[in-house]
Design a protein around this ligand. Structure first.
Ligand code: COA
Length: 169
């Protein structure tokens, strides 16, 4: 499913059983970004429905003992037939900088292409400078921070990438 992961790690599509496992790592993996308000925001961004209805375009990465190493939750836009969307992605901080985030995105790009999509979109919070650096490195174009994008007080940086400009794996 993803052939360029560090040795020992494997990827598969998630199931509903993965929902509590992913929720359990969010605060640690995000370094408690934005404190309690951030914790609430993150939990509310990942209701169970993503692990029921978006599994075929989402991925989890695990160690040989089954411990969670990374995840990506994404989907194909129902409204825009050209677009795919990465909703949430996280890599265990102990594994940062080893190409796992990039491998997850490349696998998602391939899935998106296979469904005829030509662009990938995602957003992050302006405080998440690591996420902005990562997405820019992958070739995404970033907007300026967009005030109240996701609701009052919830600014976002929006990213866009044209798949034609990103080689297939
Ligand atoms: C953002 C995140 C997914 C990156 O995952 P990762 O596996 O560490 O990233 P990779 O090793 O695949 O890095 C890919 C490229 O991005 C660059 N990059 C990754 N994190 C970076 C950072 N914090 N600052 C600068 N560059 C960074 C890498 O250097 C690499 O570039 P290279 O190809 O020139 O070596 C990970 O840091 C993470 O899970 N963060 C917490 C959760 C989060 O913020 N998710 C995104 C918002 S929803």
């Amino acid at each position: 499913m993803i052939d360029n992961l560090p040795e020992g790690l494997t990827a598969r599509h998630p199931t509903t059983d993965d929902h509590p496992r992913v929720l359990a790592v969010l605060d640690a993996w995000w370094g408690d970004l934005k404190g309690e308000a951030g914790a609430m925001e993150r939990a509310l961004l990942l209701p169970r429905l993503y692990f029921q209805h978006f599994t075929t375009t989402s991925l989890v990465v695990e160690h040989p003992d089954g411990a969670l190493a990374a995840f990506l939750v994404g989907f194909l836009s129902q409204t825009d037939p050209d677009t795919a969307y990465v909703h949430f992605v996280g890599v265990d901080p102990a594994l940062h900088g080893r190409g796992i985030g990039q491998a997850l995105y490349r696998a998602f790009f391939d899935l998106a292409r296979a469904h005829g999509r030509t662009a990938v979109h995602c957003v992050t919070s302006p405080e998440n400078t690591a996420s902005q650096a990562f997405h820019t490195r992958l070739g995404f174009t970033a907007s300026a921070p967009l005030a109240d994008y996701d609701g009052p007080g919830l600014a976002r940086v929006a990213f866009t990438l044209a798949l034609a400009e990103t080689p297939a794996r």
